[in-house]
Design a protein around this ligand. Structure first.
Ligand SMILES: *Cc1c(COP(=O)(O)O)cnc(C)c1O
Length: 386
């Protein structure tokens, strides 16, 4: 049997939508991107949802719209994908890397508070909802209050966290800006794509401008607007080419409708995993800080500790021999050549991230996984580690 690390769930709805886009003759940004935007605005309960061609683009537009630039710093966890930090460099600012909570892998408000107090060049932070559970934003000691106290803006990297909820509501409903990803193996996909949501009028205005060449009216407005003046536009800034084509948006619109069901299917797989692996010696499972339903369950990492039957690398190798795909999320950024050299980062400053990363391995969890595949994964994990 072969169980890949990820397999797409897609059906006739995606194909029908894409066919309809092609038949319409309008392939780039248009009514499908608009529809996806209104789906996200409704879901998050926010005023503005802006579709772009990746979450990386959304993150870049976020720091740009907040006016972050050279001389500024932005806080980010070391345990994330490089996109969360590279966008800080795009605008000439510098990342400040932080360790995470050992149980949840999320930023701890106390650490964040301390970092802000030490360094007033920090103008924003990028909060990563690791694996699909929301970081602690609300509450007296939550990140929203901490950032307010220091006048720091909050960008959420919710690439893993759609759909996810917390006590404050859906991820994306609070904070300055939230960015979602529709990359090929994320919880819903458009092949490539992203969404930025915000209630901030200035941010929304700037992002709309900058996602399409700095042109003051978007292509769609020119297309559907008054024919007579459809050639008129002005360039207000050297913007980017970050708009989401309808070909992609049409896929995401179909996926959006299934997102809740997909989440429940991943949750069911995770429950089976938890039950099967909770008593394996030397194997650590992560903790949820939110009720299970609030978690998008994008990732299911287990951590092989000192007492485990084999090392992480041996485990990955042995699983591959059985035809089972696994992955590592992530080799932390403080270990990546660019960040380590440029910012002279030291592993000893990231003890929790270190102990997680040395033993972590993510198991397959996606709606297209069959019962037989699930049982096959569980049986093989147990054979290797029990
Ligand atoms: C996938 C991912 C991104 C980037 O998303 P793209 O849509 O591929 O640009 C950013 N941050 C995290 C944590 C991710 O996992």
């Amino acid at each position: 049997m072969k169980v890949p690390f990820f397999r797409l769930s897609s059906g006739k709805e995606e194909i029908e939508n894409v066919t309809s886009v092609i038949n319409s003759g309008w392939l780039t940004t248009g009514k499908w991107a608009r529809e996806l935007e209104s789906n996200f605005a409704d879901h998050c309960g926010v005023k503005h949802a802006l579709a772009v061609n990746s979450c990386t683009a959304a993150l870049h537009l976020s720091v740009e719209a907040l006016g972050i630039g050279p001389g500024d710093k932005v806080l980010v966890p070391s345990l994330t994908f490089t996109a969360s930090a590279e966008v800080i460099r795009y605008v000439g600012a510098d990342p400040v890397f932080l360790d995470v909570d050992p149980e949840t892998l999320l930023l701890r408000p106390d650490d964040v508070d301390r970092a802000f107090s030490k360094d007033d060049q920090i103008k924003a932070m990028i909060v990563v909802h690791f694996g699909g559970q929301s970081a602690q934003l609300d509450g007296v000691n939550g990140l929203l209050n901490v950032s307010k106290k220091h006048g720091v803006r909050i960008i959420q990297d919710a690439a893993h966290a759609f759909p996810a909820e917390d006590t404050y509501g859906p991820v994306g409903s609070v904070g300055d800006i939230t960015c979602f990803s529709f990359y090929a193996n994320k919880t819903i996909t458009s092949g490539e794509g992203g969404m930025l949501v915000t209630n901030d009028e200035d941010v929304a205005h700037r992002v709309k401008l900058m996602r399409l060449h700095g042109i003051d009216r978007d292509v769609w407005d020119r297309f559907v607007g008054s024919r007579a003046s459809s050639w008129v536009y002005d360039v207000k800034a050297p913007g980017f080419k970050y708009n989401m084509p309808d070909l992609n948006a049409a896929v995401a619109v179909a996926q959006f409708r299934k997102a809740g069901r997909f989440r429940d299917q991943r949750a069911a797989i995770v429950n089976h995993y938890r039950e099967a692996f909770c008593s394996l010696s030397g194997v650590r499972l992560l903790h949820s800080r939110v009720p299970d339903k609030s978690h998008s369950h994008h990732l299911f990492p287990i951590v092989l500790g000192d007492g485990s039957k084999c090392s992480r690398d041996e485990f990955i190798e042995a699983m591959a021999e059985k035809g089972i795909g696994t992955s590592v999320h992530y080799r932390p950024l403080h270990r990546m050549t660019y960040y380590r050299n440029r910012y002279r980062l030291d592993e000893r400053d990231f003890p929790n991230t270190e102990s997680y990363w040395k033993g972590c391995v993510s198991l397959p969890v996606y709606p297209a996984m069959s019962q037989a595949e699930l049982e096959y994964v569980i049986r093989n994990v147990k054979e290797l580690l029990a």
